[in-house]
Ligand binder design. Structure first.
Ligand code: PLP
Length: 400
């Protein structure tokens, strides 16, 4: 028995999506930009996929730009607006680094969040003026699961920075939220297929008609000059299949996974009384995505806990990033005001469309004794134990 509790990093592909891409890997190899019958078939497959993605996101097919994933979509949104218009960029402090790093690279401003990871609308209001050309606020956070009030953000932007483009990173939202409705006020919307049952390395940016955007990749003129490069037909077809299924089954999946997540979170809170449920300290999970349970566990280090969990076949994440060997607590937890010591004991358990009761049972069986075992070490012993673990099991350099 094993438990995969890292769906926010990447969720398994849906079998139907794997099936849908086969012909485009095996038999149909033509370039969709070509001029012959086989190329036209590939182009038709792309068009159909574009219709499906547009439909799922409440966009026009011509507004969908296929990319190599969420990072490229976010980079294209931020740099694309700045390259075209200049001006000042504003983002929430809990954005993924694929947004934050480009915003910072252009000297943008970062707006704080409250203890639940929700943007501070007063701080946003004071960051907005006529010089602002882009505001980027995600729909759902990848570490703690907080959903952002995009309608309120959009209303503020319209009032105080009416010329600004609004971007939302919906990468973590597609599985759980009606993105077509929730992202309606945004001009730019990023998604990534491997977060909802499609393949890795495929995503899209919705670019609403009239939105000023310079391309980042130029060359072949694909995607109506907004993103040059031959499209990954197989991956895009699979993404379209996955998003169609995700939307069709979303209500039922959200209901089922919410129950699993609540059982997991309630069980761990009961077994580890001093645990902090990071974005729902009072147990009110209404503002969170269904799949996420993020905890801060006093007196342990995530690295050592992940090692013990892996021994028991439980895959989870710390949601911290480790750059050049120096462990830094996550920027999301820091922005939420979580003390550094507590942030070092963070644990992200994320469920997905195929999560099961048995996986939750295993997590509930394994995590409390692992925490107790780590707490039995003195702080010196803990350091020794952490350094004795295989470095390959520690948090990775990337951020998911
Ligand atoms: N944005 C968010 C919120 C994410 O969770 C991720 C994935 O880790 C990304 C962007 C980057 O997406 P990708 O892995 O497709 O580059």
């Amino acid at each position: 028995m094993s438990a995969y509790l890292d769906h926010a990093a990447s969720t398994p592909m849906r079998p139907e999506a794997i099936e849908a891409m086969q012909p485009w890997l095996r038999d149909q190899h033509a370039n969709p930009s070509g001029a012959h019958r086989l190329a036209r078939q590939a182009r038709r497959a792309l068009d159909e996929a574009r219709d499906a993605v547009a439909d799922a996101l409440g966009a026009e097919p011509g507004e969908v730009v296929f990319t190599s994933g969420g990072t490229e979509a976010d980079n294209l949104a931020v740099f694309g607006v700045h390259d075209r218009r200049g001006g000042r960029l504003v983002a929430s402090a809990v954005e993924h680094h694929a947004v934050l790093d480009p915003v910072r690279a252009r000297d943008g401003r970062v707006v704080g969040v409250d203890g639940r990871g929700v943007i501070d609308l007063d701080a946003l209001a004071s960051a907005l003026d006529d010089d602002v050309t882009l505001v980027s606020v995600m729909l759902a956070n990848n570490e703690v699961g907080s959903c952002q009030p995009l309608d309120d953000v959009a209303a503020l932007v319209r009032r105080r920075a009416p010329g600004a483009t609004l971007h939302t990173d919906a990468v973590q939202a597609v599985s759980w939220v009606d993105v077509a409705g929730a992202s309606r006020p945004a001009d730019l919307v990023s998604i990534s297929a491997h977060k909802f049952g499609g393949p890795k390395g495929v995503g899209a940016l919705v670019v609403r008609r009239g939105t000023p955007l310079a391309p980042r990749q130029v060359g072949g003129g694909q995607e109506r000059e907004r993103r040059g490069g031959t499209q990954d037909v197989a991956g895009i077809v699979a993404m379209a299949t996955a998003i169609r299924l995700t939307v069709d089954q979303r209500a039922a999946t959200v209901e089922r996974v919410t129950q699993l997540r609540d059982r997991l979170a309630d069980g761990l809170r009961a077994a580890i009384p001093d645990v902090l449920e990071t974005a729902a300290p009072d147990g009110d999970r209404a503002g969170l995505t269904a799949g996420l349970c993020h905890l801060c566990i006093p007196g342990i280090e995530s690295e050592a806990l992940l090692f013990l969990l892996e021994q028991a076949d439980v895959s989870a994440a710390a949601a911290a990033s480790c750059a050049s060997g120096a462990m830094e607590p996550s920027h999301v937890l820091a922005a939420m005001g979580i003390p550094r010591d507590l942030a070092f004991g963070s644990l992200r358990l994320s469920l997905g469309w195929c999560s099961t009761d048995a996986e939750v049972d295993l997590a509930l069986e394994v995590i409390p004794p692992a925490v107790a075992r780590l707490r039995r070490f003195s702080s010196t012993d803990r350091t020794v134990a952490a350094t004795a673990t295989d470095p390959s099991v520690g948090p990775s350099v990337g951020q998911a």
